[in-house]
Design a protein around this ligand. Structure first.
Ligand code: KIV
Ligand code: ZN
Length: 508
């Protein structure tokens, strides 16, 4: 069986795209999911990009034991030094260097000639190789590069010590047949040992990232670079779940294997969506709500007679369970804990306690609680930023009055320690009014809203609203989350959580 490595770049190429940024706790949570999923390599970030990126690569490198941890670096000694330092605690570190090889990038972005680019790449790969046992080199915009130059470049960096050669379709421009052919041509024209691995990295601008990744594998790539839910620059990267399930489901046509535990795919996908405050599009392959739903009468009829009539893979194979939740308001903590274990969660007793409390409160407000609700509760508690009690404001109660003919009014009561405070404000809608009342009490430093999203966790009008708020000051971004069947309450909880962090880090 031919093995294909899965190189996950959710925490680097995925995280750097708008609306997908994560804080340290969130990145660690995603890293844990990726490790359990059994990716071969996880790209943890770009240490030179910021102090935050450096710290998260460093923490991930310290935590992850079961797979390689990679850090991205441009071809400069400063970038390489930062990446090496961040990767220092990793069991199996990999440094990932990149330099553009297409005429348009070399001329306008790098302002370098082919010879200069070649020289820089050789020197920096050798520099990195002396400091790290495993070096990957990416020829940025490889798919729009001249073939002869690309071959010279690949040969040069292999000679300098790169063990993985990535040929990215940086702008999502290639077709599957061009991708397959490019990999064939480059592989046939360079001299290298069996241990050199070729890697494919697709972007989805024309909707071909997954097809191109599979075509790259047909052309000889033995590593696919991808992200959970296809997150990534512009239209995204190749989605991990689609690549892996395509290889598994069409094994007859593509005799390749990955190490991924596919039964953890759904959970990983939901965790990432919960963390970035987004929801899968309904028709998203593999993990969208409709991916396994048969609506048309003929389809339902066929599926009832034999599932395989319209189902090419099973929901169970990616870890979707349709069993009804056996928990309710009378369930005890022990049963709750067991159910979470069945869903694949192993939580500390403290976290179980927090989740259980929230679950009980939810039982009083919502008729039917399902797995999606439980997953949301767990993710929220895992990534919630907790703030010291003496600086933290807590929501006591709120009232909003809203109509379609006057301004909304809100009264909000908060407490900090034993002190209770209450304020009233008008606003442009109930959320605005309530946030303004909170501002009057908290008096935070000037900030802007980078993000305010509301998602419903499941179906039905009593579904929980999942609110995410990102506040930006001159120095930092703070993420707050709120989960409640009342979307105003969820919004207030999210806003307060972000404000508490802001006040703690940047007191007035
Ligand atoms: O798309 C791209 O070219 C990249 C490289 C840094 C590998 O993400
Ligand atoms: Zn990319």
């Amino acid at each position: 069986m031919i093995q294909v490595k899965i190189f996950d770049t959710t925490l680097r190429d995925g995280e750097q795209s708008p609306g997908c940024s994560m804080n340290l706790k969130e990145k660690l949570e995603v890293a844990k999911c990726l490790e359990r999923l059994r990716v071969d390599v996880m790209e943890a970030g770009f240490p030179m990009a910021s102090a935050g990126d450096f710290a998260s690569v460093n923490e991930i490198a310290r935590m992850v034991k079961e797979c390689q941890v990679a850090a991205l670096a441009r071809c400069t000694s400063n970038d390489i030094d930062a990446a090496i330092q961040a990767l220092e605690p990793a069991v199996a570190p990999r440094i990932h260097l990149f330099l553009a090889t297409s005429p348009i990038h070399m001329q306008y972005k790098l302002r370098m000639t082919e010879e200069q680019v070649l020289e820089r790449a050789k020197t920096m790969v050798a520099y990195a190789r002396r400091r790290c046992p495993d070096v990957e080199f990416s020829c940025e915009d490889a798919m729009r590069s001249g073939l002869d130059f690309l071959i010279r470049m690949v040969q040069a960096v292999i000679n300098a010590g790169a063990a993985t050669i990535n040929l990215p379709d940086t702008v999502g421009y290639a077709t599957p047949w061009e991708t397959e052919e490019l990999f064939r041509q480059v592989r046939n024209n360079v001299v290298c040992g069996e241990d050199v691995v070729f890697s494919v990295h697709g972007h989805n601008d024309l909707g071909m990232a997954v097809a191109n990744s599979l075509a790259g594998v047909r052309g000889g790539a033995r590593q696919v670079e991808c992200t959970i839910n296809g997150l990534g620059e512009r239209a995204g990267n190749a989605s991990l779940e689609e690549v892996v399930m395509a290889l598994k489901t069409r094994h007859d046509a593509m005799p390749f294997e990955t190490k991924i535990d596919t039964t953890l795919i759904y959970r990983a996908s939901q965790t990432v969506y919960n963390i970035i405050g987004q929801k899968a599009p309904m028709n998203k392959p593999i993990v969208g709500r409709n991916a396994f739903v048969h609506e048309a009468g003929v389809h339902q009829h066929g599926v009832m007679a034999n599932k395989a009539t319209y189902e090419i893979m099973t929901p169970e194979s990616i870890g979707i369970r349709d069993n009804a939740l056996m928990l309710g308001k009378h369930s005890g903590r022990h049963a709750f804990e067991e159910y979470l274990t069945e869903l694949g969660y192993r939580l500390s007793p403290e976290l179980i306690g927090q989740c259980f409390e929230q679950f009980k409160a939810l039982c009083d407000r919502k008729k039917e609680i399902n797995n999606a609700d439980l997953r949301a509760i767990v993710t929220h508690n895992k990534v919630a930023e907790r703030v010291d009690a003496h600086v933290g404001f807590e929501l006591v109660r709120f009232v909003v009055y809203t109509s379609n003919f006057t301004s909304a009014t809100s009264t909000v009561s908060l407490k900090k320690g034993r002190e209770k405070m209450e304020e009233v404000s008008l606003g442009d809608g109930p959320v605005d009014a309530a946030f303004k009342a909170i501002d009057k009490i908290v008096k935070p430093k000037a900030h802007t809203f980078e993000l305010y999203t509301i998602n419903s966790i499941s179906e039905g009008k009593d579904t929980m609203g999942d609110v995410m708020v990102k506040l930006k000051t001159e120095k930092h971004t703070y993420t707050g989350r709120g989960l409640s069947t009342d979307i105003i309450e969820a919004s207030l909880l999210a806003y307060l959580s972000a404000l508490n962090q802001l006040v703690q880090t940047e007191p007035n």
